[in-house]
Design a protein around this ligand. Structure first.
Ligand SMILES: [Zn+2]
Ligand SMILES: [Zn+2]
Length: 142
């Protein structure tokens, strides 16, 4: 579990001022991987007290732009955030309940799929999402 100092160091390395809301958002996202904005706001309020929806929203954007957070948005889902950045991991999403889990890339660095025809583009990423049914939903339906 990274400490406040670790989050502060990451902010400074990204040339961002270290503020309590930024630290609280980093910690909240770390504690709730793939959480949506509402979940993050609830967690931030628990540690900071009253803080506006817009303030958390702005921090999420700034941290994502700085590369400290990764934003994913599977089809049919709202935006979700995670602190696991800088690797090329993928996600498996449950079609029934929307649960999300990390899947290490079987190949390694992006782009991990070679396009049959790149049409002259310089391709740097293949976005892979695995879809299926999570253990809980499989259990419930059997
Ligand atoms: Zn499920
Ligand atoms: Zn992830």
């Amino acid at each position: 579990m990274p400490t406040r100092e670790e989050f502060a160091r990451q902010l400074r390395e990204a040339q961002l001022r270290v503020t309590r809301p930024r630290l609280a958002v980093m910690a909240a996202v770390h504690d709730h991987p793939h959480a949506d904005t509402d979940t993050i706001i609830r967690a931030v309020r628990k540690s900071l007290g009253e803080v506006s929806h817009q303030a958390v929203y702005d921090v999420l954007h700034a941290l994502t732009d700085a590369g400290l957070l990764r934003r994913i948005q599977p089809l049919g889902s709202v935006a979700r955030y995670e602190t696991r950045v800088g690797d090329n991991h993928h996600h498996v999403v449950c079609r029934s309940c929307g649960a999300i889990a990390d899947v290490d890339c079987a190949v390694g660095p992006a782009p991990c799929l070679t396009a049959a025809d790149d049409h002259g583009y310089v391709i740097d990423e293949a976005e892979v999402i695995y879809w299926g049914y999570c253990p809980r939903c499989r259990e419930a339906s059997s």
